[in-house]
Design a protein around this ligand. Structure first.
Ligand SMILES: Nc1nc2c(ncn2[C@@H]2O[C@H](COP(=O)(O)OP(=O)(O)OP(=O)(O)O)[C@@H](O)[C@H]2O)c(=O)[nH]1
Ligand SMILES: [Mg+2]
Length: 428
């Protein structure tokens, strides 16, 4: 096309980021690291960071987040730097948001709005879009109280994307109706997903999930292993949808490898709720590959956030292999010892170093979970034989005078059904 398409008519937002640092730090990331991460989020959302302010305070001001003096300072900064808005690192209450906007005389956002905005811009699948809209509407509904009748936030940019176009006409009832509708759609998708899960289970192929902090390299690893063509880029939350690919392990067995949304500290509550179905996929994994960006100075804090998120999803029992990725970069040694993991490996998803070994060790671990059974099935048990074929991996099958001698990897149900015919395995 000859016509030049302007990327966007909107002016790029110039934002000042603010955070409150209260002592003692809660053991996680430093406030500076949090603000750096917020700056990355802002950039991913298409805006620019023009200033950062940290206020040391015993706790966040319940009425207007920052103290009065600091607000004056930020207000002066807004004018001096020609900023178009302010972003707070914590989720603000409706009252805090309203008061701050009035006192600063500029648009105020919080971390949640930025993350929701990124998600809105990135959701591709039907399910992803529904989940994001649901999270945004619930967030908006919870804020409606503070704004009375008017919910409009004029101008473009962060906080206005996604279903936001309709926001001017939006009222509480509409939001509630829409939420109910979206919930119904999601239910339908979940039923379908459950069906697929059942089919997968039947085949007995182990499911391995990639988990990890956003930008750790999960999609890059999946692409390396399967040419999946999943979007991998140096942006936070590059992936929102779940992709599953079949991957062959060095010994010839197969797994289903799943890549999904990454974690981040202070992941908005509404988003976790909306994405619960996607995230819960991890619950059905036999093993989690926890991908860590070993070159990131905050790697240990990021690992902690991942474990906390896994716990909140009820996945703390699933065996974990910790995969220290990006080892081709400059990496501070020694690597942290991850006591929760079954093993830890070092790889580079970019150049492939260490991946073969990671797969062999994964294969060994998966094999150790499976039990092997030998059974002698009479020729009259044709139906059971067919069922075992559909469900289990057969290692040996011999037609003998007494029946079919079968050696197979079994799960609990298969083991139970084969129990009446079990025989001692011959030792070769
Ligand atoms: N140097 C180097 N860069 C890597 C490696 N693995 C991934 N990257 C880069 O890290 C960035 C993030 O990679 P992704 O694969 O998108 O990360 P992700 O974990 O899927 O991120 P989200 O989808 O946002 O959760 C990309 O720019 C990759 O090229 C690696 O082994 N070495
Ligand atoms: Mg990804």
């Amino acid at each position: 096309m000859a016509k030049e398409i302007k990327e966007n008519d909107q002016i790029i937002e110039r934002l000042i980021l603010v955070a409150v640092e209260s002592e003692p730090l809660s053991g996680g990331m430093t406030t500076e690291a949090c603000l750096d991460e917020l700056a990355e989020l802002v950039e991913t959302a298409g805006a620019e960071t023009v200033g950062k302010v940290i206020q040391k305070r015993e706790k966040v001001h319940s009425g207007h987040y920052l103290g009065k003096g600091k607000i004056e300072e930020v207000k002066t900064m807004v004018r001096a730097l020609d900023a178009t808005g302010v972003v707070c690192d914590d989720e603000l209450s409706p009252a805090q948001l309203k008061n701050l906007e009035e006192m600063l005389e500029t648009k105020v956002m919080d971390r949640t709005m930025v993350i929701l905005d990124i998600f809105a811009g990135r959701a591709i699948s039907n399910e992803g879009k529904i989940q994001v809209e649901l999270a945004q509407l619930k967030y908006r509904l919870s804020r409606l109280a503070g704004f009375g009748a008017s919910m409009s936030r004029l101008g473009g940019g962060i906080g206005t994307r996604g279903p936001g176009e309709k926001k001017l006409e939006v009222d509480r009832r509409y939001i509630k109706e829409r939420i109910a509708e979206l919930n119904r759609d999601l239910k339908e998708i979940e039923t379908h997903r459950e069906l697929l899960r059942g089919q997968r289970r039947k085949k007995g192929t182990p499911v391995v999930s990639l988990v990890g902090y956003t930008n750790a390299g999960k999609s890059t690893l999946l692409n390396y292993l399967s040419n999946a063509g999943v979007l991998a880029e140096d942006k936070l939350f590059a992936t929102l949808d779940t992709t599953t690919r079949k991957v062959e392990l060095p010994g010839g067995s197969e797994i289903l490898l799943t890549d999904t949304v990454g974690f981040i500290q202070k992941l908005p509550h509404h988003l976790v709720q909306a994405f619960r179905a996607t995230l819960e996929e991890m619950k059905y994994a036999d093993v989690l590959l926890h991908v860590v960006d070993a070159s990131n100075p905050q790697r240990q804090e990021q690992m902690k956030v991942v474990y906390e998120t896994l716990r909140s999803l009820g996945c703390e029992q699933t065996p974990v292999i910790t995969v220290f990725n990006k080892m081709d970069r400059e990496v501070e040694m020694p690597l942290p010892l991850d006591e929760k993991a079954r093993m830890q490996v070092q790889i580079s998803a970019k150049n492939g170093v260490g991946i073969e070994e990671m797969l062999s060790r994964l294969e060994t671990l998966l094999k150790s979970f499976r039990r092997c059974t030998t059974a002698l099935l009479p020729y009259t048990e044709g139906r059971l034989l067919g069922w075992v074929h559909g469900r289990c991996e057969i290692i040996r099958e011999e037609h003998t005078a007494e029946g079919i001698l079968l050696e197979a990897y079994v799960d609990e149900e298969a083991e139970n059904r084969l129990a009446p015919f079990a025989v001692q395995a011959e030792t070769h």
